[in-house]
Design a binder for this molecule. Structure first.
Ligand code: AMP
Ligand code: MG
Length: 310
């Protein structure tokens, strides 16, 4: 985190050369590259072993930058004013004049965009004249990284540079909302669906607009720790790692707490870190206590459910 200005300069040097660098964001670490360059974007897919038909989220500094590539509408503006920069992504239409590489969008004229709030990500985006395609900096379908070390554990020396920005504050991916036609949430994440609902419903003379929460084609992605996960467990089996949302009186080496005080935000921040820790300790199975399905608990449960599927 020290020398962040000179590290940002280093990152920019690589990015200008069509290389990928890992960058910190408030959600998770991203594997970033110039979204206008086919060569750079192709490198992301190769490094992540990501299927070509899974498009990338493109990161912008602000609305003015976004307008160069995307068409916007009033609902977008109200959500942008309320939540950005922050952990929310929008699916919008590309302008005909957009310079975004077709590779980033799987040849579609729709694009997912986001405005990260992490100060190093913002400093970096401000200094370059192209947006950054940046999916999570992990091998496809494994657990997203929330620290520099996690990124290193995923890629080793295969990536040229990791910009260290400490631990990701949110710890889960962004909420993705599709704004083409009737708004619908494609993925739960850092901003809870109720808050988004509220903003959309208060838009336009309190016109009652309902949004769908629709889990998309990305349900194939597992966010998988690579070992079986059982959910809503009251008592763990012997030798099973047990993830708990609040502290218990009994001391047990197999217990892993997401939060000291039953705090869901803290639990979200610790979820991926805890899954990685359990894997490193060579447990063969994970049990998880029931997590309240409110606020960011919705997104935690979404990821755990995917992790529990084979
Ligand atoms: P990641 O950045 O790895 O967390 O994944 C990005 C997510 O955004 C994936 O689930 C994609 O399916 C989704 N995504 C990216 N672009 C689009 C798009 N144009 N329409 C719908 N979903 C998208
Ligand atoms: Mg990902």
């Amino acid at each position: 985190m020290k020398n962040s200005d000179s590290n940002i300069k280093k990152a920019i040097k690589y990015l200008n050369n069509d290389e990928c660098v890992a960058i910190p964001t408030e959600t998770v670490y991203g594997l970033a590259a110039n979204a206008y360059s086919k060569k750079a974007v192709s490198r992301i897919f190769k490094l992540k072993k990501r299927p070509n038909n899974n498009p990338l989220i493109v990161h912008y500094y602000d609305l003015n930058e976004l307008k160069k590539d995307c068409k916007i509408n009033n609902i977008f503006i109200s959500l942008y004013n309320k939540f950005c920069p922050g952990p929310i992504s929008f699916v919008l239409k590309l302008k005909k004049t957009s310079k975004i590489s077709k590779k980033a969008t799987n040849n579609s004229n729709l694009i997912a965009v986001r405005f990260p709030s992490h100060n190093l990500a913002r400093k970096l985006l401000k200094k370059i004249d192209y947006p950054l395609a940046a999916p999570s900096a992990n091998i496809s379908s494994s657990i997203s990284p929330v620290s520099k070390q996690d990124v290193y554990d995923e890629f080793g020396n295969k990536i040229k540079f990791i910009l260290d920005g400490g631990s990701s504050k949110v710890g889960l991916e962004s909420t993705i909302i599709n704004l083409i036609g009737k708004p619908n949430i494609l993925r739960l994440g850092g901003i809870d669906s109720k808050s988004i609902y509220k903003t959309i419903n208060s838009f336009k003379n309190k016109n009652k607009r309902k949004i769908n929460v629709k889990m998309p084609g990305n349900s194939k992605l597992h966010y998988s720790p690579g070992i079986p996960v059982r959910l809503n467990v009251k008592k763990n089996k012997k030798k099973e790692a047990f993830i708990l949302i609040k502290k218990r009186k009994k001391i047990n080496k197999n217990y892993f707490y997401l939060s000291k005080t039953n705090n869901l935000k803290e639990a979200a921040k610790n979820l991926y870190k805890t899954l990685r820790k359990i894997k490193k300790k060579n447990y063969k199975q994970i049990a998880v206590e029931r997590i309240p399905n409110i606020n960011i608990g919705e997104a935690i449960n979404d990821r755990l459910l995917r992790a529990s599927k084979k």
